[in-house]
Ligand binder design. Sequence first.
Ligand code: SAM
Length: 300
Amino acid sequence: MQQNQTLPAYLTERLTAVYGEQAPEIIAGMVKKKTAFRVNTLKSDREEVLSQLALAGISVEPLPWSDIAFTLNADQEETLRSLPIYAEGKIYLQSPSSMLPPIVLQPNAGEDLLDMAAAPGGKTTQMAALTGGKAFITACEKDKVRAERLKYNLSVQGASRVSVLVQDAKALSDFLRFDRILLDAPCSGSGTLIAGDERSCRAFSEKLVKNSATLQKQLLVKALGLLKAGKTMVYSTCSILPEENDEVVRYALSRCKAQVLPISFAGKERVPTLPSLPGTMCVAPTDLYEGFYVALLQKG
Ligand code: SAM
């Protein structure tokens, strides 16, 4: 891989072209993250988890926008993974940025939800928990091996009422209709790279960005087609490149009757962001957050 400083050269070039003087600060945030998890309210609660952590000598810090999500030093992750609360699915290890799309989507009990690109299931299980296990979730995943991981996680986390479809989401029946859709799209992962870590940068390439953008546009147009009129969906990626984010949203809006709704949740102002289309949110990479993009769309 051709490297420019500590990131793939193409990514450094694009970040500089897009974000100008902000690029060095963005790259400085592409570091190894703290470990983060959320309490799985389908199986436990904040008090039980915090008391088990205290007994194990693990100290955690709450995230500013959630009562049930915490961070801890990465060197305590192994101990955390050895605890019964982990094996029993009472917690789910998930990056803070990755918890945002379901929070923005705000699914409700009784709704028909589609998680269009679901494995390994972090956000499917989070949506199940947010709805008290009372929503009807269709979780679609194209990759057979990843779908097995999804099924395993659903089972450990106690997420029932989830139907897993192992298929290409582009081929979902056009007769289906959902109350809410999450499209956490396959992407280049540009927001998750760790500068200087060859392993984390290995898969990234210009071609991956271009192929991802093409697929993302197809999936987002498909998602809007499957959404009931007047209802909302979230489009998210773990990329901070506009060609996978704002440009995909603009493309879909030029073809479908839909609009961007402004994102709002308690504590939103505490999340560091980069410039993006008004109403959307592009999370800046830091030692706590992965670079991430979230857009809330309403079908006309
Ligand atoms: N939402 C997941 C979570 O929070 O755990 C992560 C999803 S990951 C970003 C994207 C997923 O989409 C991958 O598991 C990938 O295999 C799957 N995928 C890629 N192309 C797809 C397609 N055409 N239809 C359905 N799933 C697809």
